[in-house]
Design a protein around this ligand. Structure first.
Ligand SMILES: Nc1nc2c(c(=O)[nH]1)N[C@H]1C(S)=C(S)[C@@H](COP(=O)(O)O)O[C@H]1N2
Ligand SMILES: [Mo]
Length: 352
């Protein structure tokens, strides 16, 4: 984080707030504390006239009101969502975009109707392979005027647990989270979960728009095709312990037993464990994992009692998942500064 951020980045950061890390204490993130990321402006659709259109390669195009959607089979799932740019500020050289440190995450209870059921009702016509989700918000990015649009393979949607969500934590979606309806794809980075949905279009190939072709790909160079981002990498975060110093945010902790706690998640496999280091990653101790009562798509709590001795310490936490993925100690660079799941480091001064 050697270089400063620009006024343009500050402009983005002031609109798109993160989840203060002390909010990791809540198993379900209260609505106003969940992170936010909106590329363009927040639209203000009229729920009385708003409709969701389902078209393209379908046997029966659908046009549904919010009431129609609420009358369909409903499920509620706890889902941890993280922006693919979380950790961006820690990659070097600096990538100019929304300057996330580590706070672009939240865990909410989302209620809605399964996407699979809706697509089955519309009926996939011959050649249908992918579904394009179009939001109501428009803007200019990379010189192209566009709606925010992303597609997903039908296999992923028909076999998965994606929902069209109209509630978060028991409330109708607030404007900033996609009112009246958003896609929610558990396990995938946030860009997948299109907000302010107005249309689902079945296509015979992945959509080739800006948010697919240019953004959200792991690339080292502009002219490289790269790999599309999909599922969230494994990550643990901790509640910064003790007291913060106002400006620097460094932590002050009294000597003695200090409970370190946080949450861990992975979109690729279940969380298998979390380790904590008090010496910048040289030695590690296994933390105790909390239960998985919120289900597969939500983060897991963890805790460890740390015997804090006077002096300067660098606390780190690192998660691993059942597929064998482990967080790296160092950040690695890519053009978009995406998917940087290097371990969190918290500087702590322990006082007598
Ligand atoms: N229509 C639309 N959907 C969108 C976006 C957007 O700008 N417009 N941002 C995406 C990105 S990059 C993320 S990380 C998540 C953030 O969701 P949240 O703001 O509800 O936390 O929404 C995704 N869905
Ligand atoms: Mo994002």
């Amino acid at each position: 984080m050697a270089e400063g951020i620009s006024l343009e980045e500050l402009q983005l950061a002031a609109r798109n707030h993160g989840m203060p890390l002390e909010a990791l204490r809540w198993e379900i993130t209260p609505i106003g504390l969940h992170y936010l990321l909106t590329h363009y402006d927040i639209p203000a659709p009229d729920p009385a006239t708003w409709r969701l259109e389902v078209d393209g390669l379908v046997e029966r195009p659908l046009s549904l009101s919010l009431e129609d959607l609420r009358a369909r089979p409903a499920v509620e799932i706890a889902v941890t969502m993280e922006c693919a740019g979380n950790g961006r500020v820690h990659v070097e050289p600096h990538v100019a975009s929304q300057p996330w440190l580590l706070e672009a995450v939240g865990n909410a209870r989302w209620r809605g109707t399964p996407v699979a059921g809706l697509l089955e009702e519309a009926g996939i016509a011959d050649g249908g392979r992918d579904a394009l989700f179009t939001g109501l918000d428009r803007g200019v990015e990379g010189g192209e005027e566009q709606a925010y649009q992303r597609s997903l393979p039908l296999d992923e949607l028909l076999g998965g647990e994606a929902i069209l969500a109209y509630e978060i934590n028991g409330e109708p979606l607030p404007p900033q989270h996609g009112f009246p309806l958003r896609l929610l794809v558990p396990g995938w980075y946030g860009m997948t979960s299109v907000k302010w949905l107005e249309r689902i279009t079945v296509l015979d190939a992945p959509f080739d728009g800006y948010q697919m072709r240019h953004s959200y790909r792991l690339r080292q160079e502009e002219d490289e095709e790269g790999e599309p981002l999909s599922r969230m990498q494994v990550r643990a975060l901790m509640v910064p312990p003790g007291l913060p110093e106002f400006l620097s945010r460094t932590r002050v902790v009294p000597a003695g037993t200090c409970t370190l706690e946080g949450r861990a998640w992975s979109g690729q496999a279940e969380v298998a464990g979390v380790e904590v280091s008090a010496d910048g990653g040289k030695t590690w101790s296994e933390a105790e994992l909390g239960d998985d009562s919120l289900g597969r798509w939500a983060w897991r709590g963890w805790r460890l009692e740390w015997e804090a001795t006077p002096g300067e310490h660098e606390l780190c936490c690192r998660a691993r998942d059942a597929a064998g993925n482990v967080q790296p100690l160092e950040s690695s660079w890519n053009l978009g500064g995406y998917a940087n799941n290097a371990v969190q480091r918290v500087s702590v001064t322990v006082t007598e």
